[in-house]
Design a protein around this ligand. Structure first.
Ligand code: ADP
Ligand code: MG
Ligand code: MG
Length: 537
């Protein structure tokens, strides 16, 4: 009735308003935060595993502090750090700007009279790159100098950094990162979707304003249905991947009743919703190509980590507020070390590859088959071997998948689209695109896409969600979950809950600190006091 409608309106309004973050208001409410002192044992442990890559490149706060250290040290260190920065700008520059960027790097670093002229390079490298000019400054030389520069930084500068106040500051942030996460850390907003073990709702971190989606898994339901191991696997895979085209995990924690996975908020809806519920059936070709390019990049990333996704379908591809998409729901994903195979039947009817249906051994090939089905569905609003809402027995879908040819409505499918689908729907694995060498990204279907720019997040999405629309069913349409009472937890369950609840995920959390301005606010060099001393180290 009207009350339900009103409840929905209130829930949607609160959710939409939270996304317009007022940073001044936040700062006022936050009060004065200070960073904790690191524990001595923790510092020793961080140093013990002092890999340069993790501390100075992968962790966003680590990278910032190492750069600040280099900038504050001497002109040599400064030059090395600036050179790497310039190179990364150059790598992502488009063709026209690339040339000017190249000239700038040459002028700044590679002329004998220029201030920095690779003064930090020694021996062979220094000799070799002394005479750099436009002609011999190509991609190969560039990557060689990049390597030489990193080798230099990994040496003396890195070991000096580990003894500096900048690294002490880093350890303080790491201590802060380890804080215990509870329900109180977030504001909770409306339900966005429902899954097998509970609901997904929007949440906001109280002191940074960052919005996320929280997948809440009911502890009792998990135990009753034996889903505990799968939940832990999903969490472990999610925290390993860090990619622009896969939903990333920011926090894993538990409350009295739930295990919670806090992930990127995808508020543009899933692709199934876009195919069937918005406007005309199907998605415009320009969008299909763009989404498929991002999906392909995401799948390749999973495969590069020996992870097979097994649940590729439009319903699992979610759009963010900018109109970019990510793969979500890694509940069926499994890690398959080189040489290992599976034969377990898993996936969704209509998207499963012939080798799964025949219960043969398989690896990554099944994801390319499902991608073929998904492209077909985005274009035609039906599956290749199952019509939309067709009442058909699973055995018949299996028969069609194994025996039938895929048919195309020529009014909808152009030649490159038919070709890529046909190649992805090859029934024999070795013949399938993506399955025996050969890169799917080179297919003519993707001619309009520069994957290089796409991966840098530099391609404008062809469609942007409206900021005043909630792309989800009304909150009350999800129905209520019945409460389970007859389940008690034992020591083994508690141990599993602790194993799941690891708190903040480093890279995502550090990004949040930087994006929300909290890093800059707490990192004022004027606050770099002398509260660390030689004795501490
Ligand atoms: P399950 O594994 O139980 O199917 P999902 O991970 O698919 O659970 O989540 C259930 C639903 O919640 C999805 O279909 C989607 O509508 C919504 N959802 C999931 N993750 C997000 C997210 N990161 N942002 C927004 N909505 C999401
Ligand atoms: Mg799902
Ligand atoms: Mg799932």
């Amino acid at each position: 009735g009207d009350l339900v409608g009103l409840n929905n309106l209130v829930a949607n309004t609160a959710y939409l308003k939270a996304q317009q973050i007022d940073y001044n208001e936040l700062k006022k409410n936050r009060g004065s935060l200070t960073l904790p002192k690191p524990k001595k044992s923790f510092a020793l442990q961080e140093k013990a595993e002092k890999q340069y890559e993790s501390l100075c490149e992968q962790q966003p706060i680590g990278k910032k502090l190492f750069q600040q250290f280099l900038q504050a040290s001497n002109s040599q260190y400064m030059a090395a750090s600036e050179f790497l920065e310039e190179l990364s700008v150059l790598t992502f520059a488009e063709a026209e700007t690339k040339e000017t960027a190249k000239q700038r790097v040459l002028a700044k670093f590679c002329q004998p009279e220029s201030r920095s002229f690779f003064s930090y390079l020694t021996g062979e490298a220094a000799e070799k790159y002394k005479e750099l000019s436009n002609k011999n400054f190509d991609e190969l030389v560039m990557s060689k100098i990049r390597e030489a520069t990193r080798d230099f930084l990994k040496g003396k500068p890195f070991s000096e950094y580990l003894k500096s106040s900048f690294f002490y500051r880093f350890l303080q942030w790491k201590e802060y990162e380890k804080q215990k996460i509870t329900d109180k850390y977030f504001y909770e907003f409306r339900t966005l979707g429902k899954g097998g073990f509970g609901e997904v709702c929007a949440v906001q971190v109280k002191h940074t304003g960052q919005m996320y989606a929280c997948k809440k898994l009911d502890k009792r339901q998990l135990k009753k249905k034996g889903g505990e191991r799968l939940a832990l696997l999903e969490k472990q895979i999610l925290e390993k991947v860090n990619n622009l085209f896969i939903v990333n995990l920011a926090y894993a924690y538990d409350s009295q009743t739930h295990l919670c996975l806090v992930m990127d908020l995808m508020n543009g809806g899933d692709l199934r919703f876009h195919i069937y519920d918005l406007g005309e059936r199907g998605i415009r070709m320009e969008r299909v190509i763009y989404y498929t390019a991002q999906i392909t990049t995401g799948i390749l990333h999973l495969h590069s980590m020996d992870i097979v996704y097994r649940d590729m379908k439009p319903e699992n591809v979610l759009l963010d507020s900018k109109g970019q998409c990510r793969l979500s729901d890694l509940g069926l994903a499994v890690e398959l070390p080189k040489g290992k195979t599976l034969c377990q039947k898993a996936g969704t009817t209509g998207y499963m590859a012939p080798e799964i249906l025949r219960q043969e051994n398989y690896r990554m090939s099944v994801d390319w088959w499902s991608l073929g089905c998904s492209i077909y569905e985005m274009v035609a609003a039906r599956l290749p071997f199952k019509d939309f809402r067709e009442k058909v027995h699973n055995d018949e879908v299996t028969r069609r998948t194994l025996e039938d040819e895929c048919k195309f409505d020529l009014k909808r499918f152009d030649a490159p689209t038919r070709d890529i689908i046909n190649r992805l729907l090859k029934k024999k694995v070795p013949h399938r695109l993506g399955c025996s060498g050969g890169d799917p990204r080179n297919h003519a279907f993707f001619n309009s896409i520069s994957f290089h720019c796409l991966e840098a997040g530099l391609v404008e999405p062809p469609w942007v969600p409206k900021s005043n629309v909630v792309y989800a069913k009304d909150a009350d349409e999800f129905g209520v979950t019945s409460e389970i009472k007859d389940i008690e937890f034992d020591a083994k369950d508690e141990k599993f809950f602790r194993e799941f609840s690891t708190g903040a995920v480093s890279i995502q959390w550090q990004k949040e600190m930087i994006d929300s301005g909290l890093f800059d606010e707490l990192n004022d060099p004027k606050l770099y006091n002398n509260d660390y001393d030689a004795a501490w180290r």
